[in-house]
Design a protein around this ligand. Structure first.
Ligand code: ZN
Length: 304
């Protein structure tokens, strides 16, 4: 009996760090990486998607529900981008992470938002950006805003480690700000070349680096080739209105016919990575931004 008690005490002591870590579930890999940077060894972070998926269209799975059921903090992009998280949170019925509780963080709250290009009230158009453009994490300065929000929330949930959260936030913020100087310098020479995006995922990114945003191929956000006037688009391309087209690989697959036409033009087609993917050049938030800056710089160089 004495042995069993001793064993139990030892087991609990051994298991304590894992049990006391604050479990965070994020909708995206970017939020996960930032949360890990701020929480470090005080948190255990799980992301529900990666950058290969279209974040507008994610299917909720039972495994996602069980992760949310057991966590202390959920972080979402908000603005309806990851609206699929709502049903997961509802089904999980974890009272710590429902809307309005300290365990629910909508990271868009403190973001200066870029409005949608399309009138959300236009008849017959399902605008997936009706709350404004939700792709804000692609501006590195917004990465710092997200980090600040996560820091505040961790301090609220776990005040005893406030000093660590503050220190980690300062380190993250400093690291992004220093990298930003290099990123801006590396792309400054090509900033006058007009960049066309397939979807408006890149509005915040282009704005952050003062690049020329020449609009989108999509007429309606998320509707692919619907309403695209190919002849008019081709004549603008021939006129030199655009230098490169940036897009996400999934968009080329879904709109294969349209991309076939675009590949036959003088446009330099350039895939970028919209969200962190493990084991890729964009395996952290900072590497995601760095990879995209470098890929776009190369594309613009070759389009000059
Ligand atoms: Zn979008």
């Amino acid at each position: 009996m004495r042995f069993s008690k001793l064993f139990l005490v030892c087991f609990l002591a051994w298991a304590a760090p894992a049990f006391s870590a604050i479990r965070i579930v994020t909708s995206t890999g970017d939020l996960a990486d930032i949360a890990k940077s701020i929480g470090q060894n005080h948190v255990a972070v799980t992301r529900l998607t990666d950058g290969r998926q279209d974040l507008h269209q994610v299917e909720a799975r039972p495994s996602m529900v069980s992760k949310v059921r057991q966590c202390e903090l959920v972080v979402v992009i908000g603005m309806e981008l990851d609206g699929w998280m709502d049903s997961i949170i509802r089904t999980a019925a974890n009272p710590r992470v429902i809307h309005g509780k300290s365990g629910y963080l909508d990271a868009s709250v403190d973001i200066k938002k870029i409005p949608s290009r399309v009138n959300p009230n236009a008849p017959g158009v399902g605008d997936i950006h009706r709350m404004g453009n939700p792709h804000y994490w692609l501006d590195p300065m917004n990465g710092i805003v997200i980090a600040d929000e996560i820091r505040d929330r961790l301090v609220q949930i776990d005040p005893k480690n406030t000093a660590d959260y503050n220190r980690n936030y300062e380190a993250f913020s400093q690291s992004i700000r220093s990298a930003m100087v290099g990123w801006r310098a590396s792309i400054a020479e090509v900033k006058d070349l007009p960049v066309l995006s397939f979807h408006s995922s890149w509005d915040y990114f282009l704005h952050a680096f003062e690049l020329r945003n020449a609009g989108t191929v999509e007429v309606y956000p998320g509707m692919g080739s619907l309403g695209v006037d190919l002849a008019a688009l081709k004549s603008k391309i021939n006129r030199g209105d655009y230098s490169v087209l940036i897009y996400e690989p999934a968009q080329a697959q879904i709109n294969a016919q349209l991309f076939k036409h675009l590949e036959a033009t003088r446009l330099k087609l350039t895939p970028l990575i919209p969200s962190v993917i493990d084991g890729s050049p964009a395996n952290t938030y900072k590497n995601l931004i760095g990879h995209n800056v470098s890929a776009l710089r190369s594309a613009l160089d070759s389009a000059r």
